[in-house]
Ligand binder design. Structure first.
Ligand code: 6GU
Length: 245
């Protein structure tokens, strides 16, 4: 998978050299490009923001640097000339341009799985009060664009959100996680939270591992784990369970 990130803080993404995703990059499973938005400015001060039309607090990211940066990344894949035939539905093929935004669709495990099947993701990290709306409007007319939110809280910018999305998506790419079985038994994959896990020693500070796990009875262990998943989900995230009324 090819991943491009446009940001005013490229160093933020240095951590993608580490751990599983770093290995995936070394082995070529993930091909990452991090682009400094300021490299796409043409004024002496490399300014990326300006005051909002209509007034109000804060600054808005200017459309021109975003246009230049995204054209540079998407350019090769964008249609060279207006097509004679009606354009193909922008919902199939080509890169997906993702803008992290608290006003976007909620990021979920299902969305991560869908995105892990894509060839090319482009993330545009906004800062300040957001990006000039015309950037989203312009690229929405030319291809697939999504606004995606991590949840109902506000971050200072999209960088941390993009990091979370790339980790969730990247580990679902075949070969990135060594043991694919470990992807199956975790929270959210089957709509339930995961069961509690234990390792040695069998007793720690007066707390014992549930005896069933030491029984060697794999059928009983499976049943117990499933029950733990259901109880935990009922207690912590009842919204995940199918409605019973
Ligand atoms: Cl994706 N971006 C920002 N700036 N804040 C957020 C978010 C995204 N998701 C939750 N809060």
């Amino acid at each position: 998978m090819r991943i491009d990130i446009v940001t005013i803080f490229p160093e933020f993404f240095d951590v993608l050299d580490l751990s599983l995703l770093g290995k995936a990059r070394q082995s070529g499973l993930i091909d990452l490009g991090v682009h400094n938005l300021r490299d796409s400015t043409h004024d002496r001060h490399h300014s990326v923001d300006d005051t909002p039309y209509g007034g109000g607090a804060g600054m808005v990211m200017k459309a021109e640097p975003w246009g230049a940066a995204l054209d540079g990344i998407l350019g090769a894949e964008a249609p060279a000339a207006p097509p004679a035939a009606p354009p193909a539905a922008p919902t199939e093929g080509g890169p997906i341009l993702i803008f992290p935004s608290p006003a976007g669709d909620q990021f979920t495990q299902a969305m991560a799985r869908d995105l892990s099947l894509e060839q090319h993701l482009v993330f545009g990290c906004g800062r300040y009060e957001g990006i000039d709306q015309r950037v989203v409007d312009h690229y929405s007319e030319r291809g697939r664009v999504r606004l995606v939110s991590l949840g109902d809280y506000v971050l200072n910018g999209g960088e941390v959100a993009v990091m979370a999305m790339i980790e969730a998506i990247g580990r679902l790419i075949p070969g990135v996680v060594g043991n694919p079985a470990s992807l199956v038994e975790e929270s959210h994959e089957d709509g339930l939270l995961e069961y509690p896990s234990y390792t040695k020693p069998a007793s720690w500070r007066g707390l014992d591992v549930p005896p069933i796990l030491l029984s060697g009875n794999h059928g009983a262990i499976s049943t117990w784990r499933r029950q733990q998943q259901i109880e935990r989900t009922e207690r912590v995230r009842p919204d995940l369970l199918p409605r019973t009324n």
